[in-house]
Design a binder for this molecule. Structure first.
Ligand SMILES: [Zn+2]
Length: 159
């Protein structure tokens, strides 16, 4: 079976105000397609996917509440023997329309497969890179989404 490629990239987004503060903004890529375009990646939930199958709110609003960004369906993760499967909702975000009923909210998914070994490695190095950025920029950095601090990031452990 052909494998898909997961990648996490970072940019430092400088925010307005005095003193200048940078924000560590991760983006999530699958096969060179950005899954998190316009949203925020919650590294805690990404790391949590290593533990087992389930639905994970990996992509969220900068405030930490996915529904605020019209994200109603998380990424569904399955663990198989040596594979991780992702069902990625398409579109990932859908603005809420109050008169919509459940039947009209049908979501389709992109089906993606990663080798478990590669998957764990990509996530561990992504966390290591975020910590490196945080330490390098010490007092002038924050993390996203809201409620996830640089200290929370530095305290993250991957077992
Ligand atoms: Zn929000």
């Amino acid at each position: 079976m052909e494998q898909d490629v997961l990648r996490i990239e970072y940019r430092l987004q400088v925010e307005e105000g005095e003193p200048l503060v940078g924000c560590i903004v991760p983006s999530l890529w699958v096969n060179d397609e950005c899954v998190s375009e316009g949203f925020v990646v919650d590294l805690r939930n990404l790391v949590a996917t290593l533990k087992g199958s389930g639905e994970y709110e990996i992509v969220t609003c900068s405030c930490g509440e996915p529904g605020c960004a019209g994200i109603w369906q998380g990424i569904i993760v399955f663990h198989y023997y040596d594979l991780i499967r992702w069902l990625i909702p398409v579109p990932i975000s859908k603005p809420f329309e109050p008169d919509e009923n459940e039947q009209e909210r049908i979501i389709t998914f992109k089906d993606r497969y990663f080798r478990k070994e590669d998957y764990s490695r990509v996530i561990s190095s992504a966390i290591a890179e975020a910590k490196r950025l945080a330490l390098q920029n010490a007092d002038s950095i924050r993390a996203a989404p809201h409620g996830f601090s640089v200290q929370d990031l530095l305290d993250m452990r991957i077992s």
